[in-house]
Design a protein around this ligand. Structure first.
Ligand SMILES: NC(=O)c1ccc[n+]([C@@H]2O[C@H](COP(=O)([O-])OP(=O)(O)OC[C@H]3O[C@@H](n4cnc5c(N)ncnc54)[C@H](OP(=O)(O)O)[C@@H]3O)[C@@H](O)[C@H]2O)c1
Length: 248
């Protein structure tokens, strides 16, 4: 029986580490063709080579999601190489948490550019192809912080609330084109994400929290595979999951 993943062309932003990398590995093992975007070219290139050596199909494309033309090139490369795009995973993001009073305005800008505008650029690049195909699937990565706000993560939470709002608007608009829309909101998952925190106090708190609570990145990859593997007439719109031991 088909898993509804095999043969699909899946574009993943932020595929050089963490959730994106784990998703690329699992989807490739399930038979998907994966097109990997991130800024660290060496990482995505060696991942693509590894997946290809294992019998998969994979392509790496250096991508800064804060630059619209990069994201367009990533998606167009997938369509050029494989003739279509079935799934766009807008995953790239960063989480430099700090209290607002620290006025880390450059980091606010960066989060807005990557976590919100990067997702929008992914939608802009993939939507016309999916409309033409009359089939497709967007998977946008929000967070538990897209459902609740706490001290130190106001801006990060704002970007992740925005991802949910965009995903819900998209969901309603793309119905006529047979396009599915999933927003996934993970809790603490062990990745390089805490490395993006520059504030020493917030960094120490987050690293301690992740060391105690975080679960492996494969937990996220399984939710991605679950959403994609549903029959085409089933649209999984929201997945919120946490480590069992995570209270917040
Ligand atoms: N881990 C968690 O606990 C957790 C919880 C909730 C939500 N999330 C979300 O999950 C997503 C993935 O994060 P992660 O946990 O896997 O962290 P990660 O290991 O730090 O991975 C982040 C990925 O985003 C990429 N990225 C960052 N800025 C980029 C840019 N400007 N252009 C292209 N790619 C960029 C990084 O690649 P390069 O540096 O090579 O560009 C990297 O591949 C993020 O949106 C994050 O907010 C994570």
């Amino acid at each position: 029986m088909s898993n509804n993943i095999e043969g699909k062309v899946v574009v993943i932003t932020g595929a050089s580490s963490g959730l994106g990398e784990a998703s690329a590995r699992l989807l490739s093992a399930e038979g998907a063709t994966v097109v990997l975007g991130a800024r660290r070219q060496d990482r995505i290139q060696s991942l693509a080579e590894e997946l290809t050596a294992q019998g998969g199909k994979a392509l790496a494309m250096p991508t800064d999601v804060a630059r619209r033309e990069h994201v367009q090139k990533l998606v167009d490369a997938a369509v050029e190489a494989y003739g279509r795009i079935d799934v766009m995973i807008n995953n790239a993001g960063l989480m430099p948490q700090a209290p607002l009073e620290r006025l880390k305005v450059d980091e606010w800008d960066r989060m807005i550019d990557v976590n919100i505008k990067g997702v929008l650029y992914g939608i802009a690049a993939a939507l016309p192809h999916m409309q033409r195909q009359r089939v497709g699937h967007f998977i946008n990565v929000s967070s538990v912080a897209g459902h609740r706000v706490g001290p130190g993560f106001a801006v990060y939470a704002a970007t992740k609330f925005a991802v949910r709002a965009l995903s819900e608007g998209l969901r309603q608009e793309v119905k006529p084109y047979n396009i599915r829309t999933t927003v996934i909101s993970p809790g603490a998952v062990a990745t390089e994400l805490p490395n993006s925190v520059t504030d020493p106090e917030a960094g120490a708190r987050i690293r301690k929290f992740y060391a105690e609570a975080a679960i492996p990145a494969e937990s996220f990859a399984r939710t991605v595979a679950f959403a994609i593997s549903q029959p085409e007439d089933v649209d999984i719109n929201e997945i919120l999951f946490r480590p069992t031991r995570q209270e917040l």
